[in-house]
Design a protein around this ligand. Structure first.
Ligand code: FAD
Ligand code: GLY
Length: 408
């Protein structure tokens, strides 16, 4: 039975009938027959879900403990790399990533219209490099595996790759070109999503931390903030790497999400004469050229909890990795350095959809692909709230895949 009544769009009560339930805590809202929706977290995931629901005319309050879009969504590189990030054993995740990648052009165009600002979706594609003989063996393995999934890839000699990007290292042995792996300016993306969300009628509460999910008599009734409880029928937990810290959730329902730190460095190029135009992946760093002249280099992958410190070793590894691929970077000024926390789940895949607590939904754990997965997450989660139907694409990513199975 779906958790929500298809036609009336408010939660089923415990008897399973579709009468409107009186909230334990009342708060005025625009249309009293509609469910009150709260989104926790103002990154790309929370904002995009909120936008889709507000577009559909729903009453949505989004709580962000800080400023929107300053978590992982701000720290990211913005690559939409379903193809080159595909790894053995992650075929279900690849299918989700690829489905979202296909949505990106229309999603970006619609968002730019709503927000009246660009998000700089760039479609030059991505080059993955092999600089050493070991790299060539690794690249060949990737190439064959990814092609077996039907990914459109081209094998290039070093010379062919340098014809596309003359500033690549003269030692380049080979490369793969992935024409479908693009990039977006993720900081513009979160700004655009914030604008689109409020323009569609959503209410943004910045600087308001949700401490806990509020439950009364076994039912979700809202979210607890420092000074009050905000009543809600539906809560979407989209708090990124902090998702497991929200109180009030039974231990077995807590999302197994942890922070995975990534350090990044940006150099500055002349925007009119950029060193490269494609996104480039080398063995120890990836490099994304931005339209404004920034050259974004990432990223470390570190299990350090919420320690945000930049380290000499981290920056050294990134700069060395990028320099081996594009020696000309050594003349570029450093523009910025930062770190962020990927929301990593136990199997590195997102946690999407309803939970056993009626009205509580998860949209978290997007790990290395949250920017890529924004359009499909927003579509699938809003679709579930509006219709009670779970899209096939997200079925493998329910929370209960982590359930410990005990044999009888
Ligand atoms: P966030 O953007 O972290 O947003 C969560 C928000 O919730 C935050 O703003 C936080 O303040 C808020 N919050 C937390 N707790 C509470 C609370 N109790 N109450 C209210 N608000 C709360 N993905 C890609 O697709 N491509 C890439 O190239 C890429 N590169 C990356 C590089 C780095 C260095 C990092 C760190 C990540 C990268 N990612 C990339 C991953 C991507 O950034 C994330 O998967 C995605 O941003 C997650 O979005 P989110 O909205 O879930 O989390
Ligand atoms: N997807 C790139 C990163 O997480 O660093």
């Amino acid at each position: 039975m779906p958790a929500f009544c298809r036609l009336r769009l408010y939660p089923r009560n415990l008897s399973g009938s579709c009468q409107r339930r009186e909230p334990a805590i009342t708060k005025s809202h625009r249309r009293s027959t509609e469910p009150r929706i709260v989104v926790v977290g103002g990154g790309v995931i929370g904002l995009s879900i909120g936008w889709r629901l507000a577009q559909a005319g729903r009453v949505v309050d989004l709580f962000e403990r800080d400023r929107t879009g300053h978590g992982a969504s701000w720290a990211a590189a913005g690559m939409l790399a379903a193809g080159l990030e595909a790894e053995p054993g992650e075929q279900a995740l690849y299918a989700l990533n690829r489905a979202s990648q296909r949505l990106w052009p229309d999603f970006a165009a619609e968002l730019e219209d709503w927000a009246a600002m660009p998000v700089f979706l760039r479609r030059e594609g991505t080059l993955m490099l092999a600089l050493t003989r070991d790299d060539v063996a690794r690249l060949k393995f990737n190439f064959e595996f990814q092609r077996s999934l039907g990914i459109d890839l081209e094998w290039l000699s070093g010379t062919q790759a340098r014809q596309r990007e003359p500033h690549l290292s003269p030692h380049l042995a080979a490369a793969i070109f992935s024409p479908g792996d693009h990039q977006v300016e993720n900081r513009a993306l979160v700004q655009a999503l914030g604008r689109a969300f409020t323009k569609a009628g959503g209410t943004l509460h910045e600087g308001m931390k949700v401490d806990a999910i509020e439950i009364a008599n076994g039912r979700l009734v809202g979210v607890r903030l420092a000074q009050h409880v905000h009543a809600a029928d539906i809560v979407v937990l989209a708090a990124g790497a902090w998702s497991s810290e929200i109180g009030g959730i039974l231990p077995e329902l807590r999302p197994p999400v942890r922070p995975v730190k990534g350090q990044m460095v940006a150099l500055r190029m002349e925007p009119e004469s950029p060193l490269i135009r494609h996104v480039v992946w080398a063995a120890k760093a990836y490099i994304a050229p931005r339209t404004d002249g920034r050259l974004v280099i990432g990223a470390t992958v570190e299990e350090r909890g919420f320690n945000a410190a930049m380290t000499a070793g981290g920056v050294l590894a990134l700069l060395e990795g990028a320099w081996r691929a594009i020696p000309g970077i050594e003349d570029l000024p450093i523009d910025e350095m930062w770190s962020g926390f990927r929301p990593g789940s136990r199997d590195d895949a997102p946690i999407l959809g309803p939970t056993k607590l009626e009205g509580l939904l998860y949209a978290t754990g997007h790990y290395r692909n949250g920017i890529l997965l924004t359009p499909i997450t927003a579509r699938a989660i809003s679709h579930y709230i509006l219709s009670g139907e779970i899209e096939d694409a997200i079925r493998p990513f329910a929370l209960d895949r982590f359930k410990v199975r005990t044999e009888a």
